[in-house]
Design a protein around this ligand. Structure first.
Ligand code: SF4
Length: 267
């Protein structure tokens, strides 16, 4: 594991025009999920793709830079995070995410924070002070054993759900993102995932598909699928078919019809 301290010139990255920004307190991620598409940033940092999960850059001056940029931009919407998990293990020591949240809580920015870590509960008091905040827990399965295979160093799904309930209890808008829907594995549980999210009183449930099946990411994922046999492998292959996403969307619409929970599609 390699930790590199870096100074950044900017921390709010304008994205998609308008007043939408992404914020990454770190680059790289020790959670090391096998399907992670952020692996491709390795190239910008002269890293080999298979080193993903073994290095993290800590943006050590992020809070100072953020203070400046919050003044500069005034208001907008921020998404944390795209190329790391803001609550991966290094956050416990460096607390870059926490310091950034302290600044944002005093600002006119709204926030969407997505994580696979239960450690976000440490900051529930700060999050509760935001005027406009949503927290999403990214989950691919309710099965802790399967999760360990695909997401070896993230919090277990059962712990993420528990953390989500703690945030809900503080009055924070909290939901589940089924992200990515792993062909075969997540597909078997889709109805159960929606039912559980609704039963537990989460505010929303969102969905996204697995990206880059025909690439380095797909190769890593395929190695795991191969251990589960042909049925799993065939389903992974089918996820590349042109009609796959619309079929999946139809299934999800059927599953979600008439439910109280807000349902969002990201594909
Ligand atoms: S937690 Fe997110 S950023 Fe980190 S390895 Fe997993 S998918 Fe990638």
């Amino acid at each position: 594991m390699e930790i590199i301290l870096r100074k950044s010139n900017s921390i709010l990255n304008p994205s998609g025009g308008g007043s939408f920004f992404t914020l990454n307190p770190y680059r790289g991620c020790f959670h090391s999920c096998r399907y992670c598409y952020s692996v491709y940033i390795s190239r910008w940092h002269k890293r080999k793709l298979d080193e993903w999960g073994k290095w993290v850059e800590v943006k050590s001056n992020a809070p100072e830079v953020l203070k400046r940029e919050v003044k500069k931009y005034g208001k907008g919407h921020i998404f944390i995070s795209t190329v790391c998990d803001a609550y991966q293990p290094v956050e416990e020591h460096y607390q870059i995410t926490r310091k950034c949240l302290e600044i944002l809580a005093e600002s006119d920015f709204s926030l969407f924070l997505l994580t696979k870590s239960q450690k976000v509960v440490r900051d529930k008091d700060i999050l509760a002070n935001f005027k406009n905040v949503k927290v999403g827990f990214s989950i691919t399965t309710l099965n802790d054993e399967i999760a360990r295979i695909f997401e070896p160093f993230a919090s277990l799904p059962s712990h993420r759900i528990q953390a989500g309930l703690e945030l809900k209890a503080k009055g924070i808008e909290t939901g589940i993102l089924i992200n990515p829907i792993l062909p075969y594995f997540t597909e078997m549980e889709l109805e159960k995932l929606v039912e559980e999210a609704e039963r537990l009183g989460f505010d929303f449930i969102g969905f996204d598909t697995l990206h880059y099946i025909d690439s380095f990411v797909g190769g890593r994922v395929r190695e795991i699928y191969a251990k589960f046999g042909n049925e799993a492998l065939n389903r992974l292959e089918y996820a590349k078919a042109p009609g796959y996403e619309s079929e999946l969307r139809d299934t999800l619409k059927q599953i979600s019809a008439g439910r109280k929970i807000r349902v969002e599609f990201n594909f």
